[in-house]
Design a protein around this ligand. Structure first.
Ligand SMILES: [Zn+2]
Length: 61
């Protein structure tokens, strides 16, 4: 089982898809990506709305 989170699914026009064997691993990759590529701050990422949006966009494959 792989968890994935696509930038597209959270409304960012970007082909990046984070994948990981656990939600935590995958989120680590996703968070690193959005901070480096999209300039998100910890504050933005930890906002309840952002957390909710990201969790809702997680898919399993
Ligand atoms: Zn992206």
């Amino acid at each position: 089982m792989t968890y994935k989170l696509a930038c597209e699914d959270v409304g960012v026009a970007c082909p990046f898809v984070a994948r990981g064997e656990t939600v935590d691993k995958m989120m680590e990759i996703a968070v690193k990506h959005v901070k480096e590529e999209h300039g998100y701050t910890d504050e933005q990422l930890n906002a309840p709305e952002t957390q909710k949006e990201m969790k809702a966009a997680i898919k399993k494959e």
